[in-house]
Design a protein around this ligand. Structure first.
Ligand code: PLP
Length: 235
């Protein structure tokens, strides 16, 4: 069978083409949700969560205008992102997963934003590394809004004190709060709680909302939504 010249071979045609289509749709939904909340579309940033997906998928998203990405493991991000960052200096890489204190140096060196500060030992390790490296990635404190024993994050009752420690004593560049609501509950009360805690601590940024609930999160003031599956497909 002859392939017409404007067509790509079938093997290349479908593998990453869905990414640009998904991004277009999600951007439109974000804009609508932001407007409903009385905000400009640019007030909500989309973090494309590329964990487990190959660098080629990230490149397809970049080609479609996406420059903010999220990864949950330092090692995987180290394998995928340095080359892409060299090609695209405006690329902004977020760490959204648990971080071991002994990986703080690697995280500070590679990531532009660290969303998952969840304990004092890690906060101290990051503060030390930022001083050493002279690099200051913006930080979020992860809050365990559902108080789930198996989940990382600061207990809601300890948030105010932990923000003070990070900001005043350790002088970390804390810009906001992040949460992952329990999978089996309606997320709205968790989004509302995170917004309330950020507000009373003078923090402007809220990272909340994933593929299934990012529009709801925007109604509760999300300034960053972290979307993986809806962009890149199933993991
Ligand atoms: C994987 C992950 C996401 C994205 O989840 P999807 O449901 O695939 O959109 C968001 N936030 C965190 C912390 C994650 O680990």
């Amino acid at each position: 069978m002859q392939i017409r010249r404007h067509e790509k071979p079938v093997s290349q045609m479908t593998q990453f083409d869905h990414i640009a289509l998904h991004l277009t749709e999600i951007r439109a939904r974000i804009a609508t949700a932001a407007k409903t909340d009385g905000r400009a579309p640019e007030a909500v940033k989309l973090v494309a969560v590329s964990k487990t997906h190959p660098a080629e998928a990230v490149a397809a998203a970049i080609a479609a205008g996406q420059l903010i990405f999220g990864e949950n493991r330092v090692q995987e991000a180290q394998a995928k992102f340095p080359a892409l960052k060299a090609l695209h200096p405006a690329l902004e890489l977020h760490l959204i997963g648990p971080l071991q204190s002994n990986k703080a140096a690697d995280a500070v060196a590679l990531f532009d934003v660290i969303e998952s500060i969840d304990r004092e030992k890690l906060a101290r390790a990051l503060a030390d590394e930022m001083k050493k490296q002279g690099r200051r990635p913006a930080c979020f404190i992860q809050v365990n809004t559902g108080e789930e024993p198996q989940k990382a994050g600061i207990h809601p009752g300890d948030v105010d004190g932990f923000v003070k420690l990070c900001r005043d004593e350790l002088q970390l560049p804390i810009i906001g709060l992040m949460c992952i609501p329990p999978a089996d509950q309606h997320p709205a009360p968790h989004f509302a709680l995170l917004r309330e805690m950020a507000k009373r601590n003078g923090l402007a940024q809220l990272s909340m909302g994933m593929s299934g609930d990012y529009e709801a999160a925007i109604q509760f003031g999300a300034t960053y939504v972290r979307v993986g599956t809806a962009i890149f497909g199933a993991r």
